[in-house]
Design a protein around this ligand. Structure first.
Ligand code: FES
Ligand code: FES
Length: 155
């Protein structure tokens, strides 16, 4: 099958590309749109490093075809800060040591953004369920949970 034209709104800007039908959304974000903040950890929908928001819901962009995302609205980690100011969730991760190597962090923060949009005052248990699809091999999760709890208090 030939290439297909895809137009996505990413962080408020339109991005177009002629892509193979098999191209993954994460590859469109990184290679076509040049937004390298969305990471690939496993490519098999296990780690959550590739998490982005589509229409406000968190999705794993390694499990989504770019052509299926045509005309959708996507938010990546690059779209969270405003006028050079960190988003409150980013600020909370920074202040509460919610990251070490940072590889999982963009996906973790977008999962947190989805969680807090649905539930502005989550319990620790609800936070752990909300980030259950995101693997972190560094932090032991407690500082991530603390960060999301602080973000909920300050948002
Ligand atoms: Fe998508 Fe791991 S790269 S879930
Ligand atoms: Fe290293 Fe989460 S901070 S994987």
């Amino acid at each position: 099958m030939g290439k297909q034209k895809v137009t996505l709104t990413i962080n408020g800007d339109q991005h177009q590309g002629e892509v193979e039908p098999r191209m993954l959304l994460v590859d469109f974000l990184r290679e076509v749109a040049g937004l390298k903040g969305t990471h690939v950890g496993c490519d098999t929908s296990n780690c959550g490093a590739c998490t982005v928001l589509m229409g406000g819901r968190s999705i794993k962009s390694c499990t989504y075809l770019a052509v299926s995302a045509d005309s959708k609205e996507i938010v990546t980690i690059e779209g969270l800060s405003r006028n050079g100011e960190l988003h409150p969730i980013q600020e909370a991760f920074w202040e509460n040591h919610g990251l070490q190597c940072g590889y999982c962090t963009p996906g973790m923060i977008l999962s947190a953004a989805h969680l807090l949009a649905k539930n502005p005052n989550p319990t620790d248990a609800q936070i752990r369920i909300g980030i259950a699809g995101n693997v972190c091999r560094c932090t032991g999760y407690q500082n991530i949970v603390n960060s999301i709890q602080k973000a909920a208090e300050t948002q």
